[in-house]
Design a protein around this ligand. Sequence first.
Ligand SMILES: CC(C)(COP(=O)(O)OP(=O)(O)OC[C@H]1O[C@@H](n2cnc3c(N)ncnc32)[C@H](O)[C@@H]1OP(=O)(O)O)[C@@H](O)C(=O)NCCC(=O)NCCS
Length: 158
Amino acid sequence: MKALEVRVRRVRKGDIDRIIDIERSWHHLSHWSVDSYYRLLNDDSFTSSFVAEIEDEGAKPKIVGFVIFHIAADVSEIYNIAVESSHARSGIGNELMRAAIQESGRRKAEKVVLEVRKSNDPAINFYLKFNFKIAGERKNYYSNPIEDAYVMELAISD
Ligand SMILES: CC(C)(COP(=O)(O)OP(=O)(O)OC[C@H]1O[C@@H](n2cnc3c(N)ncnc32)[C@H](O)[C@@H]1OP(=O)(O)O)[C@@H](O)C(=O)NCCC(=O)NCCS
């Protein structure tokens, strides 16, 4: 079987609808509003984002994952990362997170931080695999449903 070839590139404006579809492919997770995606992804000065593409059956690039993050001073914050549910567990999230960490280091961030629902075991496992550590908690951080968040951090070594 041919190994999955994943290409990570910077987001373009035309990618937003596909990004929203990917986030919505996880039916049981709560979702950002469409407006939040348009606001964040249209703000070039503020947020960095990457998408992951594979080739579809017609050898055309198809976006199957994304990561949205923001670097301020020495802290890089991951806002959201998702892989289309039908392509989960194929190493695509891994490529996206590697790219985000690499870009954060390149732009002189010293750590990467994120929040995750305490019940989101797959994502927590995914972050632990990258050596993120639980650095704290935020009470009732999420709505729909209300839930606490873990704050997770990764120190970037040069
Ligand atoms: C979290 C997410 C982005 C991971 O992407 P992915 O492409 O499936 O992850 P990968 O295939 O690169 O997995 C890398 C490693 O993460 C861990 N991991 C990923 N999914 C896992 C799961 N469901 N259960 C346990 N560990 C998991 C494993 O250690 C895995 O390595 P392995 O497959 O060699 O065991 C994906 O599950 C997703 O989109 N989830 C829904 C959105 C979400 O919850 N985002 C986080 C918001 S805070």
